[in-house]
Write a protein that binds this ligand. Structure first.
Ligand code: ADP
Ligand code: GLC
Length: 483
């Protein structure tokens, strides 16, 4: 079975959030099950061709964007150690990728030509598949950046009409909207832009809508989120009716974890490796994390709450800001790593100034520190407003760091509230600071009861969220599509 993944992020080459992690783990696992997997992704300026061992393999070909043509150059990863069981190809273009990061500039503002950048990417990727005569059985698309592919394989790129398409929704809230005046860039018959048609959405162009309508299969990254987006228009970001127009329902396949990257026994970023059998060694990570964050040495006995997150509304940052005074009045330390919206950066800067001995924030994108926080904290906070899957809570389980989450999407599917000596974390329901703090206070109580605490974190560490489980479900789905 030949499957081509087209995606805006692929770890370790590019990663903004969980999409990168998914593309770093799922294809490996599919290839281990005998699927012939290839990935196509953009070559952003942030990807270092030399250290990743990328080689240009083709002279460029032209891709039409309205009146102009742009050259797509193709690079391939030839590294023997990074994703050795499947090929990763990169689309390079000066105008759209070479001077850009993934989606946003250094201040977190989305580039205003994003819709065109990813439109170019999709056209180039499809043309490349045609040029190479790969004839894939399945083209697996991810999010709005690749959502026009199902429409393209039925129209402009009809050489690929035999390939089935699947669209996985990692985040339905981002739809790739652009103004109607940009329709000439799409190279598609006008009827796709008429009111109520494949791409039209309240007078604008909505790429995600066309993917939802036309992909042969539509999936999202947890069972609960599949129910949420098809049953609730707000959680479906306005797309509920479009999802329900499809003949087949949206399926939920929960993400996995790449335990070759996220495992406290082998993690090379953390200060001290440990396992369920040597859990006492986790403390060294806490000690060093506190030190590196500039805290006094005597804080080790206090519970440390950590968070690694994009700082956007989705992640429940408003709850934290609402409840921060009460939270920091509890006997704890809070360490936050995240970047995103400016208003949140300013708010957290102020909090750091007011509570320097209880609160630490780092606004970088720092992969090593994200591992250290997962290993060094006691409680990992994810109070999301909505969460299609969420991957970090699954990391925290493996690292013996109890997740404290809001009951939504994939968080509801992976974290079980500690009750009657069962469970792996803490879960609250209402989207209010008070319900978050109530559960946090309960968490701190259990933290002080070492027997129960050990049992709770060991429950989490024993769980297996490896990609293998999800890969098998995707393979089943692919096989059904080809019947
Ligand atoms: P989302 O994709 O919505 O951001 P996920 O929980 O699925 O949420 O995945 C987030 C991923 O991004 C995790 O691997 C997390 O460690 C990483 N991440 C988020 N912010 C940062 C940051 N500032 N530095 C390093 N890694 C980060
Ligand atoms: C999105 C979602 C997150 C999910 C990730 C990978 O960014 O916000 O919940 O885990 O995609 O599927």
């Amino acid at each position: 079975m030949k499957v081509v993944f087209i995606s805006a992020e692929v770890y370790p080459f590019s990663k903004v959030g969980g999409l990168g992690d998914v593309l770093g783990g799922l294809p490996d696992s599919l290839a281990n099950h005998g699927v012939d997997v290839k990935i196509i992704t953009p070559l952003y300026a942030s990807i270092d061709k030399t250290s990743f061992d990328l080689k240009q393999i083709k002279t460029g070909f032209d891709v039409k964007m309205a009146e102009k043509s742009f050259t797509a150059n193709i690079y391939k990863s030839v590294s023997k150690t990074i994703h050795p069981n499947h090929d990763v190809y990169f689309i390079d273009n000066q105008e759209y990728f070479r001077y850009f990061q993934v989606y946003t500039d250094n201040h977190g503002n989305p580039y205003n030509n994003n819709p065109l950048r990813f439109l170019f990417f999709q056209k180039a990727a499809l043309q490349f598949i045609i040029n190479e005569k790969w004839n894939p059985d399945i083209i697996h698309c991810h999010d709005n950046h690749t959502a026009v592919v199902p429409l393209y394989t039925k129209t402009t790129f009809s050489e690929l009409a035999k390939s089935k398409t699947i669209l996985t929704l990692h985040n339905i809230a981002y739809q790739g909207m652009t103004e109607m005046k940009n329709k000439e860039y799409f190279d598609l018959p006008d009827e796709n832009f008429y009111p109520m048609s494949n791409l039209e959405w309240y007078g604008q162009i909505n790429p995600l809508k066309s993917g939802i309508l036309l992909a042969d299969e539509l999936t999202t990254v947890s069972l609960t989120h599949a129910r949420e987006i098809s049953g609730d228009n707000e959680l479906g970001a306005g797309m509920k009716h479009i999802i329900n127009e499809r003949k087949k329902p949206v399926r939920g396949i929960v993400n996995g974890v790449d335990y070759s990257v996220w495992n406290p026994e082998t993690d090379t970023f953390i200060y001290q490796n440990y396992s369920i059998k040597t859990l006492h060694k986790k403390k060294q990570n806490k000690k060093m994390l506190l030190k590196e964050s500039g805290f006094a040495a005597n804080l080790e006995e206090k519970p440390v709450v950590g968070m690694v997150s994009r700082l956007v509304e989705q992640k429940g940052i408003d709850l934290i800001l609402d409840g921060i005074e009460k939270m920091l009045s509890l006997d704890l330390v809070f360490i936050l790593l995240g970047s995103g919206e400016t208003r949140y950066h300013s708010a957290f800067k102020k909090i750091k100034r007011r509570f320097p001995d209880k609160f630490f924030v780092d606004f970088e994108y720092n992969n090593a520190l994200s591992h250290k926080i997962l290993a060094g904290c006691d409680i990992f906070l994810m109070p999301s407003r909505f969460e299609p899957c969420g991957i970090t809570q699954m990391y925290s389980l493996k690292y013996g760091t109890a997740p404290l989450v809001r009951k939504t999407g994939g968080l509801a599917d992976t974290v079980i509230n500690w009750d009657k000596e069962q469970g792996n974390g803490f879960v609250f329901n209402d989207y209010t600071a008070d319900s978050m703090l109530e559960v946090l206070a309960r968490g701190l109580q259990i933290y002080r009861d070492k027997n129960h605490w050990n049992k709770l974190v060991k429950n989490g560490m024993k769980q297996d969220f490896s990609w293998d489980r999800s890969a098998k479900q995707y393979i089943q789905l692919y096989e059904n599509m080809l019947k």
